[in-house]
Write a protein that binds this ligand. Structure first.
Ligand code: PLP
Length: 415
């Protein structure tokens, strides 16, 4: 295995990085694990695992409500994560950072609060043809309830958004544009800043689904000027069951709460309840305290490697894999946008992606096969599914070679 790669005169020590991830060092079907399913979920470095284990071993207690030592310590660690996330996103204030269970729940929160308050009969919400189901279904439910309409920005054959079509889609009834930053099935990086500029010229707020960008690219909410942004901890080397909703403070202030319960109130009587201040107004009940604390460890870890270094290494992996897989007869890459993250979706003739995935598994290779919760993308390309290899910064060029040769072998057997 290559041990160090030079990036901009900095040494990217891949062996050292891999040693931070305990799960990577195991055999699967007697072959070394080659984990290429990072767009579905990333693996966790030991610092993240340790932070969760330490929390339960030393600090476990409920937050915000206790006057005792452990509760105060747990509260401090939990709130420190809010500051870590605020700094990572360059938000203006901790009040703009709400902990949720993930991207899906963050988007549902906006649909149920901002959406329910502001979308009325005949109004419109715009999404794109490359959204994850998480950024389609909540809006469909809202539109159904409100008798509103969901409109869709189309894509071209490379898997890029056709921005010019915004002219036809945006009307005075458009209440929100909700758009994915990076497509999980195509890898396309959308020109999110430009989309936000177009939307804001028309006084339309924008929600950014950052589930697939937060782990690859700098996401600066002030530079982007997005109104809402959602991401999941497990895609950025953190725990499952924790996520973030960013919202501009003035918008969050005006929104009604989503779930009612403990922690989100300031006073309850049977006659009237008043709600807590931001961000607690949107955090009803006991959340995933250990997960939130683990998320801070994940963000600190990513910062220690550096998003720029991560991006450069992953771009090299993507280029190498794209070049090698393109040479395989009958293989067609789905998603050939100019700007991509390290996601490589492909189909091979009539071979079902599930068969490819199963054969590769026997070689120790984990890829994802299916519609990737983006059935409208599959419909656009008139295919039921793709095979998808997605790379993280702990992947190696040897693994790209292993994927290539295992794939050739698989196709030979299945053709
Ligand atoms: N949006 C995108 C682009 C995704 O890739 C995913 C997960 O794959 C989601 C939303 C949903 O994320 P979660 O299941 O963590 O809520």
């Amino acid at each position: 295995m290559e041990t160090s790669i030079k990036l901009n005169n900095e040494v990217f020590d891949i062996e050292k990085i891999r040693s931070d991830f305990p799960i990577l060092h195991q055999l699967v079907h007697k072959k070394p694990l080659c984990y290429l399913d990072n767009a579905a979920s990333t693996q966790k470095p030991k610092v993240v695992i340790d932070s969760i284990s330490d929390f339960y071993s030393t600090t476990n207690s409920n937050i915000h409500r206790g006057v005792h030592f452990l509760s105060e310590k747990a509260t401090q660690n939990y709130e420190n994560t809010r500051t870590t996330v605020k700094d990572f996103l360059n938000a203006k204030s901790e009040k703009e950072i709400i902990f949720t269970s993930g991207t899906t729940s963050s988007i549902n929160l906006i649909a149920n609060t901002y959406g329910r308050k502001n979308v009325n009969k005949g109004d419109e919400i715009i999404v794109t043809n490359m959204e994850h189901h998480s950024n389609i279904v909540p809006w469909q439910i809202l539109c159904e309830e409100k008798n509103a309409n969901l409109r869709v920005l189309p894509i071209n054959n490379n898997g890029e958004l056709i921005l010019e079509k915004f002219n036809e889609l945006i009307t005075e009834r458009t209440k929100l544009i909700s758009v994915v930053h990076v497509s999980n099935s195509l890898g396309t990086i959308n020109p999110i800043k430009k989309i936000i500029e177009i939307a804001h010229k028309n006084n339309i707020p924008v929600l950014v689904d950052a589930a697939q960008s937060i782990q690859h690219l700098e996401v600066d909410v002030q530079k982007l000027d997005c109104d809402f942004l959602a991401f999941s901890g497990h895609k950025i080397y953190g725990p499952t069951g924790v996520g973030v909703l960013y919202g501009k403070e003035n918008l969050l202030e005006e929104m009604p709460p989503f779930m009612g319960g403990g922690d989100m109130i300031s006073k309850v009587t049977f006659e009237e309840t008043t709600f807590n201040d931001l961000p607690f107004k949107f955090e009803a009940g006991t959340g995933n305290i250990a997960g939130v604390i683990g998320l801070a460890a994940a963000i600190d870890y990513v910062k220690s490697i550096g998003l720029e270094n991560i991006n450069k290494h992953e771009a090299k992996l993507l280029n190498s894999a794209t070049e090698k897989l393109s040479e395989i007869k009958g293989l067609k890459i789905i998603g050939t946008a100019k700007e991509k993250t390290s996601v490589l979706s492909f189909v091979v003739g009539n071979i079902h992606p599930h068969d490819i995935g199963t054969f590769l598994d026997f070689e120790g290779i984990a890829i994802r096969t299916g519609h990737h919760c983006t059935q409208p993308v599959m419909d656009y390309y008139k295919i039921p599914a793709t095979s998808r290899a997605s790379f993280a910064f702990y992947n190696t060029f040897d693994e790209v070679d292993h994927l290539t040769s295992a794939l050739k072998k698989t196709i030979e057997v299945l053709s």
